[in-house]
Design a protein around this ligand. Structure first.
Ligand code: SAM
Length: 221
């Protein structure tokens, strides 16, 4: 799976995507990250990426053409050779917006299964000139009912949740939470500790060795 990330701030991805499971997924070529900065696709000498909104209003709007050119480049980059010759690439374009459809884990599974390339368009300021949607056919996606300052966190959420659906990204495929009986309530050693005079213990059932009852307990959580 290849993620093409169209962002004014590619450096913001480093601290999250180059460590732990995702860092390893990149290293093992389970996922590829391709950054495109719209500023590099600006034709004007001042590299101006935004302008005032038509119809008035506060803030600035990201111009359409630099983003469209970045998108065009992302869609044209040949896939790793092996795949290029064996199958047609399936591509999806997402444009992040707080007003978009809410992203779910079902989407993450669907994207992982059905696409080879995902292009993620990240807005800043007052958002992106809507003609980008007309040209690219992007789906507007929101990651929740709140407004962020930019789409970069949303991109990382999508990359993380899609990547963990790709076989071989997690240590063991079985460790996908949704594939097994899982509880949101988990414990590890020590069995008991004291903190400010109170004692905190692991639920007895988890220490019982009674697998059937443990599975039932997990289902109830
Ligand atoms: N009024 C603008 C709008 O509705 O698009 C707000 C723009 S917001 C300050 C800047 C950018 O952050 C957006 O263009 C979008 O890419 C991203 N963003 C903000 N909240 C988001 C959310 N909940 N989900 C996904 N992206 C979000």
């Amino acid at each position: 799976m290849r993620f093409h990330i169209i962002t004014l701030f590619p450096e913001t991805f480093d601290c999250y995507l180059s460590h732990s499971i995702l860092g390893r997924a990149v290293e093992n070529q389970k996922i590829e990250l391709n950054f495109l900065n719209p500023r590099d696709f600006c034709n004007d000498p001042h590299k101006r990426i935004d302008n005032k909104p038509y119809g008035g209003g506060p803030g600035m709007v990201m111009k359409a053409l630099p983003i469209i050119r970045a998108w065009e480049k992302a869609s044209a980059i040949p896939f790793r050779e092996k795949l290029l010759f064996t199958k047609k690439r399936k591509m999806k374009t997402i444009l992040f917006s707080p007003g978009g459809r809410k992203f779910t884990n079902e989407d993450a599974k669907y994207f992982a299964k059905n696409f080879d390339d995902i292009i993620l368009i990240n807005g800043r300021y007052e958002g992106i000139d809507h003609r980008v949607v007309e040209v690219t056919g992007a789906e507007l996606i929101s990651i929740g009912d709140y407004v962020l300052t930019g789409g970069e966190l949303a991109s990382m959420v999508v990359i993380d949740s899609v990547a963990r659906q790709i076989e071989g990204v997690l240590g063991k495929y079985e460790s996908l939470e949704e594939e097994r009986i899982s509880s949101h309530e988990v414990y590890t050693r020590p069995e008991q500790f004291r903190f400010h005079g109170a004692t905190y213990s692991v639920p007895e059932i988890l220490l019982s060795g009674h697998h059937k009852k443990i599975e039932e307990w997990k289902k109830e959580r």
